[in-house]
Design a protein around this ligand. Sequence first.
Ligand code: UT7
Length: 337
Amino acid sequence: MSSAELSVFIRAVGVRTPERKLTNAELSKMVDTSDEWIQTRSGIRERRIAGPGENPSDLGAHAAAQALERAGLTPADVDLLIVATMTPDVPFPSTACLLQAKLGLRRDIPCFDVSAACSGFVYALQVARDMMRSGAYRRALVVGAEKLSSVVDWSDRTTCVLFGDGAGAAVLETTAERGVGLLGNLLGADGNNAELLHCAAGGSAAPATADSLREGRHYLRMNGKEVFRHAVRVMAESCERVLAQCGVTSAEVAWFIPHQANIRILEAVASQLNVGMERFPSNLSRYGNTSAASIPLALEEAWKDGKIKHGDLILIVAFGAGLTWGATLLRWHEPSR
Ligand code: UT7
């Protein structure tokens, strides 16, 4: 069989979220906000905050270990590791290399990060799929891991209420079976709108200085209204384009797993696709926006709740800083079934 015929499917998923919960009530003591405003405008009730020793590589390693255990695999079985993060442990080396060491993965495998902010997990899935279809890698770990609490300005009420920390991981595997796993995909980006959601300092163009720290330029800044507008349009369009590419209608999709940024974005996308919210599982209320971790967290929860069944069509879609976006249609596959 030629390697071009290989399919790539998600064999297992795993998660890790920090224990510490930060509620809207606590936030309303830190900035001028209220539980009512946050819930009405975003759907968020609480988020998780990582402590010392809970960096993206730690959270990611725990999530990956759980996914491997559920797949009945060991670290030695992994042929490729991709970590999606916008909050790497350190500027270099990659979070993937740190995670590789923590998990005890083999040394003869590629380990690297993908930087596509909230779209990172979708980007990483597609990069992994394309590397695996060549036949060179049988099993991959794709991890979304974030510690957004480290880049949030805790005095800026327009952003600090939205974000949280966590990690999710997927074990990908190749199979000769056709029509299963990752079917269609689309990725896009628009760097002309980079400033709508960005961190101005801390990189090589503007290294952290006493001035940049004082001015808070190392923190995440967002034009929420504009990002919201782009997110709804691009996520709905991406879903429609992937469905058309695969010759599938939205009625045939069992579950839509969107990036969890704001419940009103999910509602607007669902409405544009003419799909009821019962097919848009959401955990926003408990985790907030965890960027690259949000899709694997939501996917794992839907799987654990018994929602996702063998053969289900699932459409995942993301949007984030860059701007970046991506969508993947997959058919859930459980080889033992
Ligand atoms: O992960 C991908 C990227 N992120 C997103 O997709 C997020 C996209 N954006 C959003 O989710 C929403 O735009 C927000 C939740 C950030 C804001 O919701 P909004 O309905 O667009 O509110 P707004 O920015 O228009 O603000 C409305 C009012 C303003 O006051 P005035 O000017 O009307 O007096 C804000 O100053 O609400 C005020 N405000 C707040 N009030 C209480 C902004 N943040 C807060 C707050 N608490 N935390």
